[in-house]
Write a protein that binds this ligand. Structure first.
Ligand code: FE
Length: 333
């Protein structure tokens, strides 16, 4: 009896201290997986003493949860990938616009929301990959040229359900108008070597295995594969260097609308855009720092310099529905 009472008292104390601690901790909802984010928070805690708790899930459930929780949310910050998703979060009214001179100083305007609701933290290029056995880089030029007849039966694409391809298509529409963009996308679909892929890794492996000769994927997936298989017979190509540049997208974050610790959350977000944190955040997933003053890792730098498309990435969100319809009409599964 006495033992049980002591045990209960201990539990009460534990949960009390747990509650007190939780009230002071920052809470982050993140679609970035644990390994890619924990070292960043650990560094922030080491520097400031502020503890960061995080919940990882896919972006759609996280955003739905934020919406449902409303003013009762424990979340201070939302971290996710793709400007299309961040734009969506802004439309759902689950983020709060920030006025931050620090973020404005650190991140170029095309990589943040005009309202201040979100900012990019790291960049990834969605570029062309080719088989070093069956393609010479001189044969490649632009995304648009992958619609040409000479690539018939040689192209691999990921599913149109993935936001990355929706954002890419949105920038095609912005650049060329809907009619020409649809022609290009139809050309791609006509050139498919095989069914669309569920992920970029499988697509890159298909090029390596000889299922197709060219494809479009995000740079960090190639980085991961290349690290694992240094002999992979796939290389990256920077398209559209004579015109608009390579399609770049981002991972980013925003302070939630009802953040219990909005001021502290903004400080964390500002720190994440700083030179000190940018390499930590970008290098871990082989991405490019969104802060142009910060150099990418040696591995990422080895891919060589390139001109990036300077389209404001909000376009990815604004034209998302249009892009989805276009891809559907073109028969892109
Ligand atoms: Fe990804």
């Amino acid at each position: 009896m006495q033992f049980n009472q002591r045990l209960l008292a201990t539990f009460a104390l534990l949960s009390l201290s747990g509650a007190v601690q939780a009230a002071d901790d920052l809470v982050v909802y993140t679609s970035r997986i644990d390994e890619l984010i924990k070292p960043v928070f650990d560094a922030y805690t080491a520097k400031t003493g502020v503890k960061v708790k995080f919940i990882t899930d896919k972006e759609a459930p996280l955003m739905a949860r934020l919406k449902a929780e409303g003013a009762n949310t424990p979340a201070d910050l939302l971290i996710t990938v793709d400007a299309g998703n961040l734009w969506q979060a802004e439309q759902m009214d689950i983020l709060q616009p920030l006025q931050s001179a620090v973020i404005a100083q650190n991140i170029p305007p095309q990589y943040r929301s005009a309202s201040g609701s979100w900012t990019g933290l790291s960049l990834r290029a969605r570029t062309i990959f080719y088989s070093t056995e069956r393609v010479k880089p001189e044969e490649l030029s632009t995304y648009e040229a992958l619609a040409d007849k000479n690539w018939e039966g040689r192209l691999c694409l990921r599913t149109s359900k993935k936001v990355y391809n929706q954002s890419l298509t949105a920038t095609l529409i912005e650049t060329h108008g809907a009619v020409k963009a649809e022609e290009i996308v139809k050309g791609w679909v006509n050139n498919l070597a095989t069914d669309v892929f569920a992920d970029d890794i499988a697509l890159l492996q298909a090029i390596d295995a000889g299922q197709c000769d060219v494809g479009i994927a995000n740079t960090y997936y190639f980085g991961r594969l290349h690290k694992q298989y240094p002999d992979i017979k796939v290389k990256l190509f920077w398209p559209n260097q004579a015109d608009r540049g390579v399609h770049v997208n981002l991972s980013g974050a925003g302070v939630t609308k009802y953040a219990p610790h909005a001021v502290e959350a903004q400080k964390l977000l500002e720190w994440m855009t700083s030179p000190e944190a940018q390499n930590l955040f970008a290098d871990i997933n082989q991405e490019f720092p969104a802060n142009p003053a910060v150099k990418p890792s040696a591995q990422v730098s080895a891919w060589g310099p390139f001109k990036a498309d300077s389209i404001p990435l909000e376009v990815a969100g604004k034209r998302q529905v249009e892009a989805l319809k276009l891809m559907d009409r073109a028969g892109w599964n």
